[in-house]
Design a protein. Structure first.
Ligand code: PAF
Length: 285
């Protein structure tokens, strides 16, 4: 059965108040639509962990760096609602833009430190947009649990920090990245890749796994990184923005994985920007 689509905050609040009165746990899965198996795994986790589940669909203009990227972002509300009909979702919240950014809206939520590197460096202002809309969605839904994919690892950390710093009583739960059979991380952006681009893009995960193995064996990060960049270029990636080993908690750059670490990458294929990250086993060298 398809869940009701609500577009006004007042309507969402009526449901949310009923559920809160009944002492029910509310989970939220924030999305920008164009739902794929990765999103659906978050919805499944939310349905397993919560009494009530709200999926939000809002293409947030404040987190896009280029008007072209915003204009090209896929909008597939009808198909999204159909995909969600396979899950016991209670509400699909598709707020009208003025429900998030009413006339005269003037507040930005900005998280320092964690946002200076990686995505923050290459997409200035992106995380201000993400933190702002997530703060609003958390407060509007009154959810106690929010479900985020680890594919956007830095986003998950930024949102978790924002909620903690602002005392928003919500637990930000990270769920594993869902991949295509080729290993390519699922992303709404994959829809914009050509058939050959889709195949070539699978090299990103392969190369990162290979890098992680070598790092765990004690090979220096500089050596591993330059070989990986060459391999990605040979596979058709046009530009590799970053390919970094970072502490999984602070996102500080590491020379070797002497503590829990992640390898994070952003690279362009077919004019589409793709990101991915994987855990790297701790190695004493
Ligand atoms: O990951 C996304 O789809 C978006 O950044 C989010 C979390 C829904 C905020 O707009």
């Amino acid at each position: 059965m398809t869940a009701p689509i609500l577009r006004r905050l007042a309507d969402l609040r009526v449901r949310q108040a009923e559920w809160a009165r009944a002492g029910e746990t509310i989970g939220v899965v924030p999305t920008m639509g164009a739902l794929h198996a990765g999103h659906l795994s978050l919805v499944e986790a939310a349905c397993d962990a919560c009494d009530r589940v709200i999926v939000t669909i809002f293409v947030n203009p404040r987190q896009f760096n280029s008007p072209e990227d915003l204009a090209n972002y896929p909008r597939t509300e009808h198909e999204d609602a159909q995909k969600l009909s396979g899950y016991p979702v209670d509400v699909i919240y598709v707020p009208d833009p003025d429900q998030i950014y009413p006339d005269g809206y003037a507040t930005t939520v900005s998280v320092d430190g964690l946002t200076d590197v990686l995505e923050g460096e290459f997409r200035p202002g992106h995380f201000d947009g993400v933190a702002t809309v997530c703060a609003k969605l958390f407060l509007q839904t009154g959810a106690q649990k929010a479900f985020f994919g680890k594919k956007d690892y830095q986003q998950m950390m930024v949102v978790r920090r924002m909620a903690r710093d602002l005392d928003i009583p919500i637990e930000v739960i990270g769920c594993e990245t869902v991949r295509e059979e080729t290993g390519l991380a699922m992303s709404s952006r994959n829809l914009r890749l050509s058939v050959s681009g889709l195949q070539k893009a699978a090299a990103l995960y392969r190369v990162m796994q290979d890098m992680a193995t070598k790092l765990a064996e004690g090979v220096a990060v500089s050596e591993v990184e330059s070989a990986a960049r060459d391999a990605l270029s040979a596979s058709g990636f046009e530009d590799i923005e970053y390919l970094d080993l970072r502490c999984q908690n602070s996102l500080h750059k590491l020379q070797h994985p002497d503590r829990p670490a992640r390898l994070l990458a952003a690279a362009w294929m077919d004019g589409i920007r793709l990101i991915d990250n994987i855990a790297v086993p701790v190695s004493e060298r």
